[in-house]
Every structure is written in C-alpha cells, then in structure tokens.
Ligand binder design. Structure first.
Ligand code: UDP
Length: 332
C-alpha cells in the first residue's frame, strides 16, 4: 500500500474545515492548512498542523506550499457561505467562491496535485421540482451563492477531463452541530444559520429567533431543510478522499445529507426540548433567496463511499451546537 498523501485543507481554520482537519488527522492523513483568517480562527487549527496564512489565490504561496509539503490532495472549504449576503453582494461571492477557486484549481494542476475535494452546496439545485433531490436533477440556482459554487463544479469537471486530477464535489445540505469532543465548532460572529442563531438565543446572546416565512409549500408553512451533523460531514470528506485515491480515473458529485427534512418550527421545537425552555419565536416574512424545501436523496453517497452517518439525530445536533455555544460564552 502506498503512503497516504499529505492534504492541503483550504479554509481549515473555519467551521467545517476545522472539523475536517480533525477527521483527516484521525484517519492518518498529514494535513496542512491554508486560511486567510477573514472568518476563520488561528486557534481552530490544532497544534502540530502547519498553518499558512494566505488567500487561496496567492498563487506563489500556494505553489510553495504544495511543493514544500509534497501535497497530494486538496480539500477546498475556503469561501463565503451566507445566502442572503450573496443576494446583496453577488460579486463578493463570485470572487471568493468562483474566481479564487479557479486560481486554486490552476495551482493544483500546475503543482501536480492528484485529488481535489470541493465544498459544494444544495443551493446549486435552486427550487427542486421534487424533494428529496437527486444529483442528476436540474441545477438552477436561485441565488448567487448557489451559482458561484455551481460554476466551480463546472471548472472542476472540465479540468478533471483535461488533466490528471480527479475530484469529488460534495453538495452539502444544512450543516450544523459541533465536534462532540468540544474541540471546535461554529464560531464566526454575525451568524445567519438557523441552529447557530437558535443556540445563541438559548444561551442568552439574543432575545428571540425570527422565523422567516410561514407561507411556504411545506407542512407547517416554514422552510424545510436537511440538517447534517458537521462531524458526519467531515467524515464524508475522508471517505471521499479514500475513494478518489482508490479510483483515480473517476469523479464524484454527491449530496451530503441525511435524507430527512425538518421545518424551522421543528428545529426550534428540538431546541426547546433539549433546553427545556421556550424560545421566543418571531414570525416574519420570507428571506430573499430561500427555497421552500431542500432535502437530499443520499443514495449515491451511501452506495459510493465507505460512509455511514453516525449522528443523524436532530436533538443530538442541537445538543452539540448548544454545548459549543456555551463554551464560546466561557471563552469570551
Ligand atoms: N431561518 C429562519 N430564521 C433564521 C435563520 C434561518 O427562519 O434566523 C430559516 C431559513 O429561512 C431557512 C432555514 O431556516 O428556511 C435554514 O436557513 P439557514 O440560513 O440556516 O440555511 P440555508 O438553508 O439558507 O443555507
């Protein structure tokens, strides 16, 4: 058996990236992190992991990092992630998620990197005709965030056809929770994601939670999403890398979700259950760019990768998110 390649993790100081660093290390991969620390945190990178503070489109630094560390794979998380912000500031998203990814992909090709894993998103589907949504269904994003990621998927597809590099694009559904061992979690200020916001409210950092839209075509009228525990998602990246190495001429585009949808009200019910309190819910109008329901058909990832969700439990996700939120409160 050949030795496992050293992996360059972009955005490894961020929320999902820092969990993936832990998972890759646990699986025996050497890891190097590159992050510009705009939304990430230096403390989120474990001791002993080489850290490069740079933007992913700093081609000279990326080339030197690939060469110096003999990088064989890139797991690319760096980017911007807030759907409503992408509506108000689309060019930020096309720069951070599309243009800078192009530069990174070029650096991968030039540096002879063989495997590439990309953080894509369920937002590439837009408003699916049916849920659960399958990977071969139309990708018609309804916000710049989804489009900025879909464009990067296209670059990877075309690059992999032309160069000796294979890739996996994982289309994340709604990522939530925190490392069950309490080593990292969602820490960036100015949260917009539902479970993070609810955790802030439950720990007294905000007074109420807004429910955006009560007239969606869903059972209770609030938006439905497929929430996946961040540690399961991190493990999916390890499984995807193992698969890319074992299948060097194949590529994979796969949904990363559990296949179960929960409405905003159901999520807030879970928070109430776990905390034994009642969050103050403020029912408001719809938020720009939000589809009614997004739930994964996850048959492809389950059948392709050696990956089985370990934490598919909404209350458990909420519990881990709350534990991390309390921990952040103690650090402050
Ligand atoms: N949402 C909400 N209140 C909030 C944040 C989100 O009602 O404070 C809703 C949002 O409209 C969507 C769901 O929760 O239906 C998930 O939104 P989130 O921002 O967490 O993730 P997204 O699906 O936009 O990536």
């Amino acid at each position: 058996m050949t030795a496992k390649p050293t992996v360059l993790v972009t955005g490894g100081a961020g929320y999902i990236g820092s969990h993936a660093v832990l998972a890759l290390r646990d699986a025996g991969y050497g890891v190097v992190v590159i992050d510009n620390l705009v939304t990430g945190f230096r403390w989120a990178v474990p001791e002993g992991v080489p850290f490069v503070e740079a933007s992913i489109d700093d081609a000279a630094t990326v080339a030197a990092t690939i060469r110096d560390h003999d990088i064989g794979a890139i797991v690319h998380f760096a980017g911007s992630v807030v759907v409503p912000e992408s509506v108000s500031d689309p060019l930020k998203y096309y720069l951070n998620n599309t243009v800078r990814s192009r530069s990174l992909i070029e650096s991968a090709v030039t540096g002879g990197v063989k495997h590439f894993i990309f953080s894509s998103t369920a937002a590439t589907y837009g408003i699916p005709d049916t849920v659960p949504v399958r990977e071969d269904m139309p990708t018609v994003p309804i916000n710049p965030y989804g489009m900025s990621k879909l464009m990067t998927e296209a670059m990877l597809r075309d690059t992999a056809a032309a160069h000796p590099l294979n890739y996996a694009a994982l289309r994340y559904f709604n990522v939530a929770g925190a490392d069950p061992k309490g080593r990292t979690g969602q820490s960036t200020a100015g949260a917009t994601h539902l479970i993070k916001i609810a955790a802030e409210a439950a720990t007294g950092k905000r007074a109420s939670v807004s429910v955006f839209g009560t007239d969606y075509a869903t059972e209770d009228g609030t938006g439905v999403r497929d929430y996946i525990h961040v540690s399961d998602l991190a493990d999916a990246h390890v499984a995807a890398l193992d698969w890319l190495i074992a299948n060097p001429t194949e590529n994979l585009t796969a949904n990363a979700g559990y296949g179960t949808g929960f409405s905003v009200n159901q999520v807030l019910d879970a928070v109430d259950r776990v905390t034994n309190m009642k969050l103050d819910r403020r029912y408001e109008g719809r938020r720009a760019g939000d589809p009614d329901a997004l739930v994964a058909d996850n048959a492809r990832i389950l059948s392709t990768l050696d990956w089985t969700p370990q934490r598919a439990d909404l209350d458990g996700i909420v519990r881990d998110a709350l534990a991390w939120e309390r921990h952040l409160g103690e650090r402050a």
